[in-house]
Structures are given as structure tokens and as C-alpha cells.
Design a protein around this ligand. Structure first.
Ligand code: CA
Length: 219
């Protein structure tokens, strides 16, 4: 899962960045509204954590522009605890949810997980398909009822595929889930993790779609 963090406060930004990376999200961090606009139009994100008070372009303007160009990426706005009007304006402008600043970090993570689940088109917290189940909250994985241990990067490849059976994701799309801007990409990384996943979860779970990418079959 790749997240865009839009936050101009250096200390808060660093703390949230560390937190999200420790949870194995790939995170890009930008510090003003114009950079946010640019980032949103140059890379696909699974979720945006958007501060409202920003230099150069405020968060509400960034959000309205996203929705105007039909960008439906889930947006979690960060608003001050005492500002009800900000929250209302944000939700009316197309935000999916809000968190209060200063952050309660556990609550922030829970709201991010809830939005990602909703965006994947399901309310239930566990994805189960073809005998494999994964829980995005606890990160537990089971195959035929037996626990399986995955590396963080194997998880990052499996989760988006298993969340949407039948949908093909290209190698580039899966690489986007693996890496933030600053990390190196080895050319066969996705193949390596798919190979590892097949060994742990069965050869039939992830299929190659020749010349296109990978998918978890519907049946
Ligand atoms: Ca701010």
C-alpha cells in the first residue's frame, strides 16, 4: 500500500512517516499543497493523509481539485481538535474521514486501515479466498487454517492481489506498493516475492497473466 503524507510541520511529519513505515506502508511525504497536487498527478496512491493548513495551496483546495478531476483516492484529513467548521468543510469537499491533531497514533492507524478496507470494496476486516485468509489489522495469514509467516514485502505484494480477486495488477503497479520514492528497485523484485508467496501458499494462488501482470483468480 502506497500512501501520500501531506504535512508541513517537520516534527509531526517525521513522526507520522516513521510510524507508517514501521507498519510497512510505502510513504511519500510532501510539505506543501502544490507538491501534493504534483505528486497526486504523477503516481497512484492508495490513500492520502492531508493536513489542511499548508503553504502555497491549502489542503481543501488540493482536495477539491482531486475530486474535480475524478480522483477517488481515499483522503483522510487532519484537522485541529477545536475546528468543527474545518471538519465539515473537508467532508463536504470530498474527504472520506478525518483525524484530529495532535494525533492519537493508534487511532490514526485504525482510520487508515478502515479507509483502505472500504476502498477495496469490503467492510469485513479479513480477506479470504481460495483457502488463504489475511487480516490487514493483525497481519495474520493462514493457508488452509494453518498460520503462515510472510515477510513485509511478500505481504505488500499479496495484500492488493488478494483484496481484489480477478483483477490483474501489473508488475509496475505492484512495485508501487513496495517502494516509496527513496528506495531502490531491483528489476526482478516482484517476481522474487511472488515466487516466495507461491512456495508458502501454493502454486495456484497467484497467476501470471502473460505480458500484463499478476492476479489471484476468482475461482
Ligand atoms: Ca499545517
Amino acid at each position: 500500500m502506497r500512501l501520500l503524507l501531506v504535512e508541513d510541520d517537520q516534527m509531526i511529519g517525521e513522526a507520522v512517516l516513521d510510524l507508517l513505515r514501521a507498519e510497512n506502508y510505502a510513504v511519500d511525504w510532501v510539505k506543501d499543497g502544490e507538491m501534493a497536487d504534483t505528486a497526486l498527478q504523477s503516481a497512484p496512491y492508495d490513500l492520502v493523509l492531508l493536513d489542511l493548513g499548508l503553504p502555497r495551496r491549502d489542503g481543501l483546495t488540493v482536495l477539491r481539485a482531486m475530486r474535480q478531476r475524478k480522483d477517488r483516492t481515499p483522503v483522510l484529513i487532519a484537522t485541529a481538535r477545536d475546528s468543527v467548521p474545518d471538519r465539515i468543510a473537508g467532508l463536504d469537499a470530498g474527504a472520506d474521514d478525518y483525524v484530529l491533531k495532535p494525533y492519537d497514533l493508534d487511532e490514526l492507524l485504525a482510520r487508515i486501515r478502515a479507509l483502505l478496507r472500504r476502498a477495496a470494496g469490503r467492510a469485513e476486516p479479513v480477506y479470504e479466498h481460495l483457502g488463504v485468509s489475511i487480516n490487514p489489522v493483525t497481519r495474520e495469514v493462514q493457508a488452509d487454517g494453518q498460520p503462515v509467516v510472510l515477510s513485509a514485502r511478500e505481504w505488500a505484494v499479496l495484500e492488493p492481489l488478494l483484496a481484489r480477486p480477478g483483477m490483474v495488477l501489473s508488475r509496475a503497479q505492484l512495485e508501487e506498493k513496495l517502494y516509496g520514492w527513496k528506495d531502490g528497485i531491483s528489476s526482478n523484485a516482484v517476481e522474487v516475492y511472488v515466487h516466495g508467496l507461491r512456495k508458502k501458499l501454493g502454486a495456484g494462488l497467484i497467476q501470471n497473466v502473460r505480458g500484463v501482470g499478476y492476479m489471484v483468480p476468482r475461482q
